[in-house]
Design a protein around this ligand. Structure first.
Ligand code: SAJ
Length: 426
């Protein structure tokens, strides 16, 4: 790759855009390919909804050429595929964006090119779907005419410590030359260590394992939260205690649900692909069930709290604080806020929403306007702005109940301040 001068990045979202900007910073000529003319124009005019510090600063100075046209690929030595691999509403892996990109790439591959897949897929997809598609469309043979590697992305949106440049990576390839070329490419742009796996399948499995690990650990504390609530034990205090153990305990926190494009999605890739092979991932499925139950658990908690006052949730004005899935970013994918809103409406509540990072989906323009309209609020996303909410602010607007879906606020302060506080497991 030392001789490589130009690369193409297919898919310029949370994964592709930082990669394209980093490669440009390292001296590559980069052409970006995106799905719609609208997003191509926005990026060409240096506009993006991604709030990542690296992206915002680099995009302004970049000479990135962005189009929807795949023909630019033939002039690149390296093509990196970073298209989304979501799941459908019924949690089935949705490979259509990947398949459509591979068809177009296959039609534009030139010999000796290195094709790298970064999108998360379950073990086997590269060799059973992606490579055959590239070979079929191009008439070329992997390992001889072109080269292929899989390097799962590990972007952590909003994280300024672990960035695209310093997060360690794993790499798997279909043959020694593909492994060598892809290793050379990544070492030319990353400062982080790169672990060479023995096969593509192993590299595909690494990503699924690390995100399923997180999902099951979150489900573990979510189940504990439900049980400790009945024991009137504050789970956050218990986790503070467990966290004093300097080894073999990795803290996770209970919450109102698991959102994002990775954690709630990746386990389904393994669940679905292994079901086809006759194996049932009971543990992963149970973890998904527990995490998906937290939104209705929080709404049920609110309903019970009104009932304790002889009131019904039906007809109440409830404010939902936060739409995005994670604090201080605008990404709403798989956010539990949608389930919370749906469950509230099912129980007859009038719902207002406010998220400073997602104004176009918020029903209220400001926090004050939401509080004015609400008798109770549910915090779904621990945005910085919400951490400064005080009992007096809620009382000023006659908000009497606070469901803290992220255990982000001070329980004692609100209870002593005349607002009924309920957390998740506290
Ligand atoms: N969540 C909990 N409890 C926790 C941690 C997270 O309920 O203890 C919820 C969050 O509120 C959010 C969801 O889970 O709704 C996902 O949170 P996340 O911090 O895992 O955020 P992501 O989706 O940005 O995860 C990324 C992932 N990075 C990649 O997939 C490349 C993930 O692998 C990382 O582990 C994670 O960042 C991280 O460590 O922060």
């Amino acid at each position: 790759m030392a001789s490589a001068k130009s690369i193409s990045v297919v898919g310029l979202g949370y994964v592709g855009l930082p990669l394209a900007l980093l490669a440009e910073e390292k001296g590559y000529q980069v052409s970006g390919i995106t799905k719609t003319k609208k997003s191509a124009d926005e990026l060409t005019h240096k506009k993006t909804s991604i709030v990542d510090r690296f992206v915002v600063s680099k995009l302004k100075k970049s000479h990135l050429v962005v189009s929807t046209n795949f023909s630019s690929i033939s002039a690149s030595q390296v093509v990196v595929i970073c298209v989304p691999t979501p799941v459908t509403k019924t949690h089935m892996p949705d490979l259509t964006p990947l398949i459509s990109a591979c068809k177009q790439i296959g039609r534009n591959i030139s010999t000796n090119q290195l094709i790298i897949l970064e999108s998360t897929v379950n073990p086997g997809v590269s060799e059973e779907i992606v490579i055959p598609l590239l070979e079929k469309e191009s008439g070329l043979k992997v390992g001889q005419d072109f080269y292929f590697a899989f390097c799962p992305e590990r972007i952590n949106p909003g994280d300024n410590k672990w960035t695209i440049e310093n997060i360690p990576r794993v790499l798997g390839a279909s043959d020694p030359k593909s492994l060598r070329l892809s290793y050379l490419f990544y070492t030319s742009i990353l400062s982080a260590p790169i672990k060479k796996m023995r096969s593509i399948k192993e590299a595909e499995a690494v990503k699924i394992v690390e995100n399923s690990f997180r999902d099951v650990n979150i489900a573990f504390v979510n189940e504990l939260a439900k049980s400790f609530a009945l024991l009137e034990i504050d789970i956050m205090h218990v986790l503070d205690g467990a966290d004093t153990k300097p080894f073999s305990f990795l803290r996770h926190n209970p919450g109102i649900g698991v959102g994002g494009h990775c954690i709630p999605v990746d386990p389904y890739y393994l669940i679905r692909s292994m079901k086809k092979r006759g194996f049932s991932h009971e543990f992963l499925k149970m973890a998904r069930k527990i995490n998906n139950s937290m939104a209705s658990y929080a709404v049920e908690m609110l309903s019970k709290t009104f009932k304790e006052d002889g009131l019904s949730l039906k007809g109440q004005q409830v404010g939902v604080l936060g739409i995005s899935y994670k604090p201080n970013i605008a990404d709403t994918r798989e956010s539990p806020s949608y389930k919370v809103t749906e469950e509230l409406k099912k129980k007859g509540a009038q719902v207002s929403t406010y998220d400073p990072f997602v104004p176009n989906e918020s029903t209220e323009k400001t926090l004050e306007l939401l509080l004015k309209k609400s008798t109770a609020v549910i915090l779904v996303t621990a945005h910085k702005q919400f951490l400064s909410i005080t009992p007096s602010l809620l009382r000023k607007h006659n908000v009497r109940i606070l469901i803290d879906g992220r255990n982000a606020l001070n329980k004692e302060l609100f209870n002593e301040g005349g607002v009924l506080y309920k957390g998740i497991g506290r």
